[in-house]
Design a protein. Structure first.
Length: 444
């Protein structure tokens, strides 16, 4: 498909060679970080002892790579400590289910609960149910998320997980089970955080795998009473230790505000967080270093390996609060390890030439300019909002991202070294431009 629109031959002959990504990476920094974090630390649930080990691992790694001012910046969080997750259909046909608790789920007693299931094909259908109509019953919320290159299904369908349990609780439900917010057909449930409206008591909230959700929908369609047994014994705990890892590659002019590149260090606990988000930390760190190969950049490049993103974006908030010093621009990588296909920017009108240079540099590698504005992502959004920073978003191909996201399948073997390297090359192109720009205006 990519050759359907060809420039005229004369233009083609005059154009520079397309920047192809070499089969072998120029260095092994990115791969070493993804492999190291997933192997030597593994799963890194926000607020857990494993997340603390990940911070130590990260600080050591960044020092060894030559970063300066490497520090761990601690903060406490309200976290979720997983317990036992079990679910089975009791009637009309006994069947086992693959289930996971959502972050901040309410807890069942150790022996579990049982209840009649009320099937809602959509979140809107649940919202339309009369108040009190779910008392003593288990709400099941279905949805129809599909895979998309830009991952655009996650916004609207993700509301089933983020908002659905709170709606069910407000209507008196005993518990809530959702179709996983994911696009695979494996028997893996997808976890993720939910939230509860002010004054609403959390109820047990779980997600079943897509094939199990299909089964529940078919059984509900039989019109016979559908009953479920559910055990989710995890607990919400206040005051758990978390923290960010922050490190600098100092620029030639220390008086100029730095370029901030972010990712998150914590992961969900079902897999090992290879695509979410060890890859992001690997990409931004490797690119920051590779930018220095051509000589020290004018501006400092600062990396932020944020803690506790998954459970509520606490690392990004803590960073913005702790760092009132001016920044020039922020970027983040948190959408897996597949290839960059799109670039979007947010610059002040005065910096249009800078934006054009970035688009041109990436265009050579087949990355297209999107029509939207850049927003950065959870770990850098708070500092962007506070300081009205310029932003560049490198959009990764998300077609398969939600097959793996927050599942036991988020493991190292899913990371393609060639795609990871393409990310590092794209990021290096952008960082070489912005970290050497003598002026980057606020977007206010
Ligand atoms: Zn993530």
């Amino acid at each position: 498909m990519r050759n359907l629109v060809r420039p005229a031959i004369a233009v083609l002959a005059a154009a520079p060679c397309a920047l192809s990504v070499p089969a072998k990476a120029a260095d092994s920094v990115a791969w070493d970080i993804v492999a190291g974090l997933t192997t030597e630390v593994g799963q890194r649930l926000a607020g857990s002892e494993a997340e603390s080990r990940a911070r130590d691992w990260g600080a050591e790694k960044l020092k060894a790579l030559g970063f300066r001012n490497v520090r761990i910046e601690p903060f406490p969080i309200r976290g979720y400590v997983r317990g036992i997750d079990k679910a089975r259909i009791i009637a009309p046909v006994p069947q086992a289910l693959a289930v996971t608790a959502l972050g901040y789920s309410g807890a069942t007693p150790d022996k579990g609960i049982e209840g009649e299931v009320v099937y809602f094909p959509t979140l809107a259908a649940l919202k339309a149910a009369p108040d009190g109509s779910l008392t003593g019953r288990i709400a099941f919320i279905d949805h129809a998320m599909r895979a998309a290159q830009d991952g655009s299904g996650y916004g609207p369908y993700g509301q089933v997980r983020r908002e659905g349990p709170g709606v069910a609780a407000r209507k008196g439900a005993l518990a809530v089970v959702i179709r996983s917010v994911g696009t695979d057909s494996h028997r893996n449930p997808h976890t993720g955080v939910t939230s509860w409206p002010e004054g609403v008591k959390p109820i047990p909230a779980g997600a079943v795998s897509n094939p199990d959700a299909d089964l529940i929908a078919r059984l509900a369609g039989m019109g016979k009473p559908l009953r479920l047994a559910l055990t989710l014994t995890g607990k919400t705990v206040d005051g758990l230790p978390s923290g960010n890892v922050v490190a600098d590659l100092p620029g030639r002019d220390p008086a100029l505000p730095p370029v901030l590149v972010g990712c998150h260090l914590d992961s969900w606990d079902l897999g090992t967080g290879a695509i979410d988000d060890a890859s992001g930390c690997a990409i931004v760190t490797a690119a920051a270093l590779r930018t220095q190969v051509q000589g020290q950049t004018l501006r400092t490049i600062r990396v932020l390996w944020a803690g506790s993103e998954e459970i509520g974006g606490f690392g990004g908030e803590a960073y913005a609060k702790a760092h009132a010093e001016p920044h020039a621009l922020a970027m983040e990588s948190d959408f897996g390890a597949d290839r960059v296909w799109r670039v979007q920017t947010k610059f002040a009108p005065a910096d249009k030439a800078l934006a054009d240079r970035i688009v041109a540099a990436l265009g050579v590698m087949g990355v297209v300019a999107g029509r939207g504005s850049a927003n950065g992502g959870t770990d850098v959004e708070p500092v962007i909002a506070k300081q009205k920073l310029a932003v560049v978003d490198l959009g990764q191909d998300g077609t398969h991202y939600f097959d793996l996201h927050h599942t036991p399948d988020d493991t190292l073997d899913k990371v393609d070294p060639a795609a990871l390297e393409q990310n590092v090359v794209a990021w290096t192109q952008v960082l070489a431009i912005v970290a050497n720009a003598d002026s980057i205006a606020s977007t206010e």
